[in-house]
Design a binder for this molecule. Structure first.
Ligand code: SAH
Ligand code: SF4
Length: 407
């Protein structure tokens, strides 16, 4: 057989532009120099200029950076990008909750949910991973197949696109609509701590988005060995997804408990850096009917938290198609809360927000995927019948969700 050599000259692939929005100040200085865009002696000054334009003003084009010479801006534009990811889906609930499905890259879509009147004035729930490896049995995200860590840029981008949507640039000193960040979207943040920590450095920077670390909460299902690093690297507030007070039940609800059982988890929490009455741990407790919602379990919870500066968030279970669980009755939740209140815990019941748009984590993504699959099937049917198809509903289309939306 003759061997042939392919001697055709293939054009060199365009070098990918570096998205610099996920770089810390130090990282940005490094990249400005290593890319050859800026000479070392000017790197810190350039970093400060670019930083302010992109994180305080929210600019997405180097052309807008008017204190930087045109030639220099052109060099930046050749090597870097500040581009935002695309919002694939935005839903606004009757109660003002805004749910976003954001496409980071082809096939990589994550959710972020903005909830008004939470925290100081409004909280954004961000995702740290696409999907999650941990398979908590009541959580929809755990059922999604694809899993990858989000980059720091992709985490920061969630805040940026929501601030675009809320028209909150440049960073206001007062009267913000977005005042708090919670890492309670898709994924386990402590399995992606490096990127989460960089993102927190960027989001909390005073000359940028400027959301104080005390208003940033990281929620974990209990990755005990990473707790210390989370506290010392980010100084963020800690939230723990507890959901059960004994190992047998917690093993079932949060399988990671088999690796780090309750006793180890509690020891890790007690050692969390900076814990005090002013900086309490939030314990999340999802209310599952007939599973973890008895007054005896409320009393067990109080015993377990003894001596820990704690807040308790009772979360009504948000059901999803195919789940084996139901949300506890309202009366049961109130009785549970009453036991906690009597013991001195202000335990606000997190009222379900955005129920009309299925605002529980992991749900918009799968609904939207089903909708798109359904749209493809519909288009195929229309093709087959030459465009004259009935408006058949199949799967779980968005129609019933859209009914509750105000825009
Ligand atoms: N992986 C992290 C953060 C994301 S989940 C963690 O588990 O803490 C954020 C919170 O939502 C967790 O407390 C989680 O247990 C809870 N949650 C997940 N699915 C839920 C549902 N269907 N209804 C109510 N809360 C849910
Ligand atoms: Fe993952 Fe948290 Fe869902 Fe558990 S509750 S599967 S850790 S996202």
């Amino acid at each position: 057989m003759a061997h042939t050599l392919d001697l055709s000259v293939k054009p060199a692939a365009e070098p990918a532009l570096i998205n610099i929005t996920g770089l810390t100040r130090e990282g940005l200085v490094e990249v400005l120099v290593s890319s050859g865009a800026v000479e070392p002696r000017k790197a810190k000054m350039r970093m400060q200029q670019v930083w302010r334009w992109m994180h305080h003003y929210g600019f997405t084009s180097f052309d807008q950076m008017t204190d930087i010479a045109k030639e220099q801006r052109a060099v930046f534009a050749e090597k870097f990008t500040l581009a935002r990811p695309e919002i694939v889906e935005r839903q606004i609930s009757r109660d003002g909750t805004r749910k976003y499905l954001i496409r980071m890259a082809p096939g990589i879509e994550v959710e972020s949910v903005y909830i008004p009147d939470v925290g100081r004035s409004g909280a954004l729930c961000v995702s740290s991973q696409v999907g999650c490896t941990l398979n908590c049995t009541f959580c929809h995200t755990g059922t999604q197949k694809l899993v990858r860590n989000l980059t720091a840029a992709e985490i920061v981008a969630q805040v940026q696109v929501v601030r675009d949507d809320l028209e909150e640039w440049p960073s206001p000193k007062e009267d913000r609509r977005l005042s708090n960040i919670v890492f309670m979207g898709m994924g386990e943040p402590l399995y992606n701590l490096d990127n989460v920590a960089d993102a927190i450095d960027i989001i909390s920077d005073h000359e940028g988005i400027a959301i104080s670390r005390r208003r940033i909460t990281v929620s974990t299902s209990g990755v005990v060995p990473e707790l210390e690093a989370l506290g010392s690297r980010t100084a963020a507030m800690l939230a723990i997804s507890l959901h059960a007070t004994n190992d047998a039940l917690r093993n079932e609800l949060v399988p990671l408990n088999k690796k780090y059982p309750i006793e180890q988890l509690m020891a890790g929490i007690r050692a969390y850096p900076g814990l005090s009455n002013a900086r309490r741990v939030t314990f999340e407790y999802v209310m599952l009917k007939g599973v973890n919602d008895s007054p005896a379990e409320a009393r067990a919870l109080i015993r377990l938290l003894k001596g820990i500066p704690a807040k308790i968030n009772l979360i009504p279970f948000n059901p999803w198609p195919g789940t084996q669980y139901q949300c506890s009755d309202w009366k049961t939740i109130e009785a549970f809360a009453a036991v906690l209140n009597k013991a001195g815990y202000a335990s606000p019941i997190r009222t379900p927000r955005g129920r009309d748009i299925l605002a529980a984590c992991g749900q918009l993504k799968s609904e939207s995927e089903k909708l798109r699959a359904s749209a493809v099937r519909k288009a195929e049917r229309e093709d087959a019948s030459n465009g004259d198809s009935e408006d058949v509903e199949d799967g779980l289309p968005f129609a019933h969700l859209a009914a509750g939306m105000i825009s």
